[in-house]
Write a protein that binds this ligand. Structure first.
Ligand SMILES: NC(=O)c1ccc[n+]([C@@H]2O[C@H](COP(=O)([O-])OP(=O)(O)OC[C@H]3O[C@@H](n4cnc5c(N)ncnc54)[C@H](OP(=O)(O)O)[C@@H]3O)[C@@H](O)[C@H]2O)c1
Length: 316
């Protein structure tokens, strides 16, 4: 076979492929240089409100601190009134000019009416003035981490699905009318790199896949309906939080650093984006390396975490 006649076309194919990969890489990395449009678009009047779910700890509280520092009044959602009051006090001390509201709802016990969530939020807005323009769907976590599927109880699996998937869907459904009523709104859905499909956290991992698809579907629906709201899914890898107590470092930021990065992605033009640049770099490995290799490493890490958790539980 004469390969000579193929050399030129193959060179063009190679060049085109390299240019395409370089374009995808650069355009994906470039979003970390774009300025956030959060304040310009979603808090023009400086008196708007943001609601953060799962706000009493971890990334949720980090979002509350960052939103307060960027001029928003904040409504904290949680399941414990005592914890919410404590966190409200801390925020009020750090940001005396902000208004802080609280709403109580256990998202593992959702029922029709949602405990009057929308009415409670509306009452806060009416009492203090301003609109709800930001919803951060952050509440989430695995009820029984590092467990095989058949080791989970019915209730543990149900709670993980409700805490992560149902909570985001039902809270968004309930609050969407308030978000579209005011200045342009934004919904930030906190997802996870585990949506890739990871062993020993299969239920949690699947709920984050749900969040990704829900985010894409809702974004398209809001656009088609010309709703005054942007929808963004934030992919997150490891963060040092009470729910995931790993040592902090460059690839394991503190909740506030992660929250700041997440808010900086508003206006980036993507429906789904890694919130934090070093996590985006980690995410590249999932695109580039073979899945079988990545899952072998992940399974080993999960097994090690499983042993650590067992040891810690025995000590208690
Ligand atoms: N940390 C990570 O490495 C990581 C990685 C990827 C994605 N994420 C995602 O980031 C989000 C926050 O994670 P995190 O690590 O910050 O979690 P966390 O430290 O465990 O905090 C979770 C928050 O949600 C609240 N919450 C839990 N169950 C609830 C319920 N049934 N009803 C109402 N509130 C409830 C908790 O309230 P209490 O204080 O009452 O428990 C707390 O405020 C989650 O969606 C998680 O999937 C985290």
């Amino acid at each position: 076979m004469d390969l000579g006649s193929w050399t030129t076309p193959l060179a063009y194919v190679g060049l085109a492929s390299t240019a395409y990969i370089a374009y995808k890489f650069i355009s994906s990395a470039a979003i970390y240089l774009l300025p956030s449009t959060l304040i310009k678009t979603h808090n023009c009047s400086g008196k708007n409100w943001a609601l953060v779910t799962g706000a009493t700890d971890g990334i949720g509280f980090g979002f509350c601190e960052e939103l307060c520092s960027r001029g928003f009044n904040v409504i904290l959602h949680g399941r414990s009134r005592t914890k919410l009051e404590k966190r409200r006090g801390e925020l009020q001390a750090d940001f005396p000019s902000r208004k802080i509201g609280i709403v109580v709802l256990d998202v593992c016990e959702l029922a029709a009416g949602m405990n009057g969530l929308a009415q409670d939020v509306q009452a806060i807005l009416t009492a203090h003035g301003g609109d709800l323009t930001v919803l951060v769907n952050n509440v989430g976590g695995e009820t029984s981490p590092y467990t095989c599927l058949d080791g989970l109880s019915f209730d543990s699996a149900r709670q993980t699905i409700e805490r992560n998937a149902s909570a985001t869907l039902q809270i968004t459904r309930e609050l969407l009318p308030l978000l579209v009523a005011g200045e342009r709104g934004v919904i930030l859905n906190v997802s996870s790199i585990s949506a890739y499909g990871m062993p020993y956290i299969s239920v949690y991992s699947s709920t984050k896949g749900f969040i990704n698809t829900f985010t894409r579907a809702l974004e398209a629906e809001c656009k088609a309906e010309k709703r005054n709201v942007d929808v963004i899914g934030l992919t997150v890898a490891e963060v040092n939080t009470p729910g995931h107590p790993v040592p902090p470092g460059l690839f394991r930021p503190t909740p506030r650093v992660l929250a700041s990065a997440g808010l900086n992605r508003v206006g980036c033009g993507r429906v789904m984006a890694f919130a934090y640049f070093p996590h985006w770099i980690q995410g590249l490995s999932l695109d580039v390396l073979p899945r079988s290799f990545m899952m072998k490493i992940t399974a080993e890490r999960m097994q090690a975490l499983q042993k650590e958790t067992e040891r810690a539980n025995k000590k208690q």
